[in-house]
Design a binder for this molecule. Structure first.
Ligand code: SF4
Ligand code: SF4
Length: 380
């Protein structure tokens, strides 16, 4: 971070910041309903006025809006359509905060072992989980739940996804291949806080950010790499909050800088790149993923005839229509290409669970397959 990092002494807690924003948004909302017209999740009938009131501090949240708030995946589809630049996703996030004590089990389960300050049963379960994972993944144990001890320009931050071992091994192999000197920071105790933030657990999210910032400072990187769009967004927000001088990139974006170290070889046929909520088609991360797909296969455009390509991870199975929407999206993908490449690890992990004949891959797999193919030729 070039020694220029400084901490803003008067950091506003997320709760206070959002509470003020919500009041501002309500004042400006013209109740045109455009945000709800594009919203892809299941909802009962309610007016925008009822929704606005429910998001205000001190007002109760009616049960039909409570259910909708838990269905909300925080995809942000409601934001670009608003004529008043209102963050409806943040307003619903604030409702999630208000009703956080009534969360469905799927929400609680997802956070159960995540975070730096767990107590009681959650802490015991977290410790057992970590011990088991270290025992069963000995090659990665040195990266789990630790603070990097050396200085290196690049920090690979898999966060909680350190336990998505296939992608982590893949990434390490690719970074080693290009001769990169890097640190790794991963584990449930160094969670980026996005899972907490998206559930309305603002204090826990702020704790995660603070601890992660302290850990990142110890290795002082110039570049932080993530394979998850939520981690990416969380680190970008941390960068602003703490005025950090660091570049944040997806792993695919970084590897493309070293593309001459990979064989220029078409190893695949048609591939479509997943249009993720946080890495949408026009974003630099999506453009990088499209470039990777074109390099190693034949890139075809994403299907545009579906209400949403969301992976629906962030409502934690509370919306009964998730599976049907995922299946419809993947059926539309199938008409375009047999393979769907994801550049967000959350989307990859979620969509690959859907029973379908579309092959869902992590975009990094293409780099690895290209290496495998060239090594096979050399051996022959
Ligand atoms: S689109 Fe914007 S202005 Fe219209 S109802 Fe939604 S938040 Fe209000
Ligand atoms: S963030 Fe997505 S799911 Fe939530 S209200 Fe907006 S469009 Fe609907």
């Amino acid at each position: 971070m070039n020694g220029q990092t400084k901490k803003n002494k008067e950091l506003t807690p997320t709760k206070t910041f959002l509470q003020e924003k919500v009041s501002e948004y309500i004042e400006h909302c013209i109740e045109c309903n455009r945000c709800m017209e594009v919203c892809p999740v299941t909802k009962d009938t309610f007016t925008i006025n009822e929704l606005n009131l429910a998001s205000q501090e001190g007002h109760i949240v009616p049960s039909k809006i409570k259910e909708f708030a838990f269905h909300c995946v925080q995809c942000g589809k409601c934001v670009p359509v608003c004529p008043k630049d209102i963050r409806r996703d943040h307003m619903v996030r604030y409702i999630k905060y208000k009703i956080r004590g009534k969360k469905p089990w799927g929400y609680k389960r997802y956070l159960f072992v995540k975070g730096p300050k767990l107590t009681g049963m959650r802490r015991i379960t977290q410790q057992l989980f970590i011990r088991l994972k270290k025992l069963t993944n000995k090659d990665l144990a040195c990266f789990m739940e630790t603070t990097p001890g050396k200085k290196a320009d690049v920090l690979f931050y898999p966060g909680c996804y350190i336990y998505s071992t296939k992608t982590v091994r893949q990434t390490l192999r690719l970074l080693n291949h290009i001769g990169c000197s890097y640190n790794v920071l991963g584990g449930t105790t160094t969670c980026c806080g996005a899972p907490h933030l998206l559930q309305g657990e603002f204090d826990q999210a702020d704790d995660c950010t603070e601890l992660l910032y302290q850990k990142i400072k110890t290795c002082d990187p110039q570049i932080i790499l993530t394979a998850c769009a939520e981690c990416f967004e969380a680190i970008e927000q941390m960068k602003k909050k703490y005025t950090m001088d660091v570049e944040v990139l997806s792993v695919a974006q970084y590897l493309l800088r070293y593309q001459d170290k990979f064989p220029a070889k078409k190893i695949r046929g048609k591939i479509t790149v997943h249009d993720s909520c946080r890495f949408p088609t026009q974003s630099p991360q999506a453009v990088a993923a499209q470039e990777v797909a074109s390099r190693f296969g034949e890139l075809v455009t994403s299907p545009m005839d579906q209400p949403s390509s969301c992976c629906y991870q962030w409502n934690h199975d509370s919306d009964p229509d998730n599976v049907l929407r995922q299946a419809n999206y993947l059926a539309a993908v199938k008409k375009k290409a047999p393979t769907l490449a994801c550049n967000c690890l959350t989307c990859y992990e979620e969509l690959k669970k859907t029973y379908t004949d579309v092959e869902v891959i992590d975009i990094l797999q293409l780099f690895e397959e290209a290496l495998d193919a060239s090594e096979t030729i050399e051996e022959e």
